[in-house]
Write a protein that binds this ligand. Structure first.
Ligand code: GDP
Ligand code: NAG
Ligand code: MG
Length: 432
């Protein structure tokens, strides 16, 4: 196995070229022995993936945790994070639109991500490593025996995997893994898989584990089991701020704001810098566009009859009251409601403004891009109200924090019709 994949074809021109300790660039042809003896220093690849049922906005949070781990690894070695292609997520239900193997650049601005940590797309990883080979996979999992309360300690153990692996072993005893294409039958990667790691910690002990292996490419699966190292601290916010939406999606959102909501950056006092490292806005200095922004999460949030999610009537009552209080005559509604509910909502709130893509637009931006446009428009509203414990709403909170809107206009959520103590979201203050 050791010689398996010291395949070092650096085909693509990367901005983070691997450089040896002596300053020489790394070239193909160096052997495993060279690497083991420390003759050559080359960059190593960290890959990750997340449990298939997890949605887009939790995955954005997982990226922050993985980025934190990568920053730790970068202190001693050259690493690059390989961005897992976006697969067919459960919520992306538009029919007839292929939504697999979507590169991150369709949703996020890669140069901005690269100002925080070195990242490359999966396709580039394949080009650089001479094929879809991953040397080592760690499946992160909790301890089967649970965790005694009050005995917090960071630790990592190698253990047999608890859940059945999502990869199947072929006749050469290689595991086949398909990134970003979970529900299809095609195959992409060949890899040997080690037993899972019992796991209950942040990046620190895990780092030792990864470093002690010499393999050039290491993948962490079930990366949602990683915990935050410094939630809400400066490092957290640096990574969060680097997750700038792709320019073309922001442009569509801005055009829509100006066309339908009389909202422009100048009039709304939004001081957006294209380079996030230079952006530092005082909270409350941004005004936001003259409309109420609403995120009304439905679908799986109402199927369980959760008591913290309102009926449509309840939501509309709250919307009208907020429009009155804040003297806003326009309301923008982002929602995943099914068609029937959308029609019902339209009857109750005829004046609502929605971003409704044409089929061509949907094909171009995909469900993921349309959701980002919705979030971008909500992030620019003078006042925002979201849905309880929705990560979609949480990401809007953060965006508004970055844009410098007053926290009072951001951390609000609908209450269920019968909900008793309707606790409002916590203010996670931005740190620079
Ligand atoms: N376009 C659009 N999509 C939404 C909206 N709310 C939910 N979705 C879709 O449903 C998914 C919700 O899953 P997730 O991102 O996990 O957020 P959460 O489940 O609300 O915490 C999103 O990623 C979107 O694909 C919305 O207001 N607009
Ligand atoms: C649009 O907003 C500007 C202030 O930014 C205001 O003067 C103007 O009357 C508004 N137009 C409409 C149609 O509401
Ligand atoms: Mg979800």
């Amino acid at each position: 196995m050791a010689a398996l994949s010291v395949v070092c074809l650096l085909l693509a021109a990367a901005s983070w070229r691997p450089v040896s300790a002596t300053g020489e660039e790394f070239w193909p042809g160096q052997s495993a022995a060279d690497i083991l003896s420390g003759v050559a220093s080359r960059r190593r690849y960290l890959l990750y993936d997340v449990n298939p049922p997890e949605g887009f906005n939790l995955r954005r949070d997982v990226y922050i945790r993985v980025a934190s781990l990568l920053k730790t690894l970068l202190k001693t070695e050259e690493w690059v994070l390989v961005l897992p292609p976006w697969g067919r997520l459960y919520h992306w239900q538009s029919p007839d639109i292929p939504q697999v193997r979507i590169p991150w650049s369709e949703f996020f601005d890669l140069p901005s991500l690269n100002k925080n940590i070195p990242v490359i797309e999966y396709e580039q990883f394949i080009a650089e490593s001479g094929g879809p080979f991953i040397d080592q996979v760690y499946v992160l999992q909790g301890y089967a025996e649970g965790w005694k309360e009050g005995t917090w300690e960071e630790k990592v153990d190698e253990r047999p995997c608890i859940d059945p692996l999502l990869y199947s072993q072929d006749k050469h005893e290689y595991y086949r893994l398909v990134l970003g294409l979970r529900r299809n039958t095609g195959s992409e990667c060949l890899l040997p898989v080690r037993p899972g790691i019992g796991f209950h910690c942040g990046a620190c002990p895990l780092k030792k584990h990864i470093c002690s292996a010499w393999e050039p490419s290491v993948m962490l699966d079930r990366a949602e089991n990683l915990l935050h190292d410094h939630y809400g601290g400066r490092e957290y916010w640096d990574t969060r701020r680097s997750m700038v939406f792709a320019k073309h999606l922001r442009a569509v959102g801005d055009e829509f704001r100006s066309q339908h909501l009389n909202s422009t950056d100048a009039a709304d006092k939004m001081a957006l810098e294209e380079d996030w490292t230079r952006m530092k806005v005082k909270l409350g200095s941004a005004l936001g566009g003259p409309y109420l922004g609403v995120h009304l999460r439905r679908k799986d949030f109402i199927w369980g009859h959760r008591e913290d999610v309102p009926s449509l009537e309840g939501a509309v009552k709250k919307i009208r009251s907020l429009m009155k209080t804040h003297r806003l005559d326009k309301v923008f509604v982002a929602t995943d409601a099914i068609r029937k509910e959308q029609e019902e909502l339209r009857k109750l709130l005829p004046e609502m403004v929605r971003f409704e893509p044409t089929w061509e637009e949907l094909e171009l931006y995909k469900d993921g891009g349309v959701a980002i446009i919705d979030q971008w428009i909500c992030a620019h509203a003078r006042f925002f109200i979201g849905t309880s414990v929705s990560t979609f709403s949480f990401r809007i909170h953060e965006e508004r924090e970055i844009l410098g809107l007053d926290p009072k206009t951001t951390y609000n959520r609908f209450c269920g019709d019968q909900e008793k103590a309707c606790e409002q979201p916590t203010h996670w203050k931005i740190a620079y």
